[in-house]
Design a protein around this ligand. Sequence first.
Ligand code: FAD
Length: 356
Amino acid sequence: MEKKADYIIVGQGLAGTCLAVVLMRRSRRVVIIDPNEAVTSSRVAAGLYNPVTGRKMVKTWMADRLFPYLTDFYTDLEELTGAKFLNTTGIYRPFISLEEQNEWMGKSASEEFRQYIRKVHCQSRSERINDPFGGLELAQAGYLKVATFLGAMHDHFRAREMLRAGNFVFDRLIIHQNTVEYEGITAKRIIFCDGSSWEHNTYFNWLPFRPVKGEVLEIKCDLEVNFIVNRGVFCVPLSKNMFRVGSNYDNNDHSWTPTERAKAEIEEKLRALINVPFETVYQKAGVRPSSKDRRPYIGLHPANEALGVFNGLGTKGVSLAPFFGEHFACYLEDGKELYKEVNISRYFSLYYNSQK
Ligand SMILES: Cc1cc2nc3c(=O)[nH]c(=O)nc-3n(C[C@H](O)[C@H](O)[C@H](O)COP(=O)(O)OP(=O)(O)OC[C@H]3O[C@@H](n4cnc5c(N)ncnc54)[C@H](O)[C@@H]3O)c2cc1C
């Protein structure tokens, strides 16, 4: 059956889902092709969003734009689908010293950090956590139940006949002057949101990806806290006595197989964070589609503007996908400029070199 669309989107991970949503809001006709696999980068992700990160606790790139946007974005979709997937409980980060506590007492009033700090705790919040100096309770932080979100959106798209189940096969794409054609679907553009499968993408595999494997554990434990604790590793309450813990970063191994080494590394960090015994009951691994310069890859192909890409979300898909999905839609639909830091034009020389 022939179908006309404005956009074909390949991949229904965080990137493809958020882009489809903002295009739908503009009344664009979208068809999404995705095999609905159980293990993808998005489905393995712990789903944390956190505006102040890293050992040095700095504000993440573009936090002031990304974080206010994401809460409304996911909340609207909860209303649309009737599902619950956004948890806004905040994140608690224990201090390692009195100096650090003092430093954050000062910073908490600053223009830069005020909106991201819910409370500076000067005393331990629980004897079960290793936080003798208290800790920082971050606002505009929490986690997205990514698999629940993607599942709810999958059902929403399917009910509107927007989904094609299965893998996109590259040599079946026909590119015309101003349109593309794929298995009976004619569209103005095709946008690749294929995440960690970038290597198989014959149009965009010249982009310099730096995949980073990560693993997460599910543990059973009497921690008795209902907030996320994060220092070295995060510990997210899932249900009574069940927590998700992670993650590690491995630049060398790009397999999707869980390893004993990662399990031992995460468990060791967890022992430094909590004061109660735990039992690991489940472990999973995934590969983050990270870019060379840690910025998303957004834009149209240098040789054919019917082909586009939205990828490179790396370690921060939950916070980057909503804002940059909208940013890409403004470019595609309204002709607005893309930020230089995310525009794939910064790597066009790699494409031209690959054609020599
Ligand atoms: C262990 C781990 C923990 C993480 N924790 C966090 C976290 O706490 N917070 C956070 O923000 N991020 C986290 N991330 C990163 C996050 O998962 C990624 O940024 C995000 O998932 C990238 O989304 P994506 O849609 O670009 O890619 P993917 O999730 O890889 O989605 C791509 C989709 O495209 C489909 N696809 C691929 N090829 C084809 C094809 N040929 N035809 C059709 N469909 C295709 C795939 O099946 C998939 O559904 C974590 C990642 C890992 C691995």
